[in-house]
Design a binder for this molecule. Structure first.
Ligand SMILES: [Fe+2]
Length: 271
């Protein structure tokens, strides 16, 4: 019997998220937030250092100790690279160290699965973050996303190439691809191939509507979700993290032993 069936108490009553449990500080359990747009001025996230610091302050307040900052890399819209991201990241890192000496940030990226991503894989020029897998083995994770409107083409080959290059693919916000909302076999196929599936806190808070919430919930109930992430572009996403601390669904997931967020630790010398 799955952990969910053991915990499940009220099947069927869940078209909308419910926040009726005693408040839990998500960061005390997840430790590391793994997907966010907090590097200032490089994508559609934080516009300046002040906004970045406000977002970090919220993570600290929620009990997080670390954050992986995953700026968009999308050849047409956000032509970022290590070169464009490093200077603003280091500026932020210095400011964070001054204000919250115990809080750590790490630079990675959210790659759009396009030909530029394929070029980065071929050149082994990737921004990644370290983690431990379920067996305690050190792995290198790369966060990627699909387009929201059309299903990906050739993604299985690209993800295979990424794995052959030595990386674990981590799918951003699996619940936000409407063309797969009735095709869970696509998620199962990715999972079977070793892709880690993540969902956004805002989806679990209902911010993207009931259908997206239902898909995120179903992924959790099926035991497929490795991480809940902020995908924070602004402070409103921190409000979502705060809200879902009162969700029975999220609290049960936190207690299930399934969250891999704490296994992302760039302070430990994994390599
Ligand atoms: Fe994102």
């Amino acid at each position: 019997m799955s952990w969910w069936n053991r915990f499940r108490s009220s099947p069927g009553k869940s078209a909308q998220p419910e926040f009726n449990q005693p408040a839990m500080r998500l960061g005390e359990h997840l430790v590391t937030d793994v997907h966010s747009h907090i590097v200032p001025g490089v994508d559609d996230g934080a516009e300046n250092l002040e906004q970045s610091l406000k977002m970090i302050e919220r993570l600290v307040g929620l009990g997080y100790q670390r954050a992986v900052l995953t700026s968009h890399i999308h050849s047409d819209i956000y032509p970022n690279s290590k070169h464009t991201l490093t200077a603003p990241f280091l500026k932020l890192q210095g400011a964070v160290a001054e204000r919250w000496p115990g809080f750590r940030i790490h630079l990675a990226a959210e790659y759009f699965l396009d030909s530029h991503f394929q070029d980065c894989i071929a050149a082994n020029d990737l921004l990644w973050f370290p983690a431990l897998d379920e067996n305690g083995r050190a792995i290198r994770c790369v966060l990627f996303e699909f387009g929201f409107h059309e299903p990906p083409i050739n993604h299985q080959q690209v993800l295979f190439d990424l794995q052959m290059a030595g990386y674990t693919p981590v799918l951003a916000h699996a619940e936000r691809y409407p063309y797969w909302h009735r095709q869970f076999n696509e998620f199962e196929s990715l999972q079977d191939r070793g892709v880690w599936i993540t969902v956004n806190g805002a989806s679990l808070a209902g911010a993207y509507g009931p259908e997206t919430y239902q898909v995120a919930k179903a992924l959790i109930e099926k035991g497929m979700v490795k991480m809940i992430c902020s995908d924070a572009h602004a402070e409103r996403h921190m409000d979502s993290l705060q809200a879902i601390g009162k969700s029975a669904l999220v609290q049960q997931w936190l207690q299930s032993g399934e969250p891999m967020n704490p296994k992302v630790n760039f302070e430990a010398n994994h390599f």
